[in-house]
Ligand binder design. Structure first.
Ligand code: CTP
Ligand code: MG
Ligand code: K
Length: 182
């Protein structure tokens, strides 16, 4: 049991800088669309739901959270008896920016498959940012990423992230900051 708590706590802690960007983008969204209104094949390249401001604020929020987590990893870890990971700068950037790019990539795929802005794409919606975050972290901070995301932690992330993502989006919808509950 103690091993499971340590595993889940370590896995979720390591993903926190990738979880926050999407939620920060929802709060910060608005302003110019990244695709500038351009279309491809008769549909928007990305759509109005992907903005420069949302992407920048989301990325900075993820990096800021990583810096804050670094400052408290030791005391929090000691208090709960868990060895919590810290984030080198390139790992923080990879997780935060990668999460935003994964979400943007998913919008590109949604538009190509005929889904309008806000349409759901079960599976893609819940895991796009996880894949983006892990891939960019692996590219920018390979040794850290391989050491931090063990196969066990990856398994936890793949199971827990969709559940957390669905829960936060339903809450964001209920309190009126998000247009759809996904
Ligand atoms: N947002 C943003 N920039 C981003 C990501 C999100 O400005 N890079 C903001 C937008 O206001 C967006 C909201 O967060 O409408 C919700 O994000 P999301 O659900 O990802 O976008 P959707 O509007 O649903 O658009 P899509 O169908 O393309 O996912
Ligand atoms: Mg959406
Ligand atoms: K999305």
């Amino acid at each position: 049991m103690a091993g499971l708590v340590e595993l889940v706590a370590g896995a979720l802690w390591a993903m926190l800088p990738a979880y926050v960007p999407n939620n920060a983008a929802v709060l910060a969204g608005g302003g110019a669309a990244i695709d500038g209104g351009r279309t491809w094949g008769g549909r928007r390249v990305l759509g109005d739901g992907k903005t420069w401001r949302g992407t920048a604020v989301g990325t900075l929020a993820g990096i800021a959270l990583a810096v804050a987590l670094n400052a408290v990893a030791d005391p929090v870890g000691a208090a709960v008896g868990v060895d919590l990971p810290t984030f080198p700068p390139l790992a923080a950037l990879g997780l935060a920016l990668g999460a935003m790019l994964g979400d943007i990539g998913a919008s590109f795929v949604k538009r190509r498959s005929g889904r309008e802005r806000g349409a759901s794409f079960p599976g893609l919606d819940q895991l796009d940012f996880v894949v983006g975050a892990l891939v960019l972290a692996l590219a920018l901070a390979p040794a850290w990423t391989l050491a931090t995301f063990t196969l066990e932690r990856l398994a936890v992330v793949l199971v827990a992230t969709p559940l957390l993502h669905v829960a936060t989006n339903v809450i964001a919808y209920l309190i009126g900051v998000k247009n759809e509950p996904w």
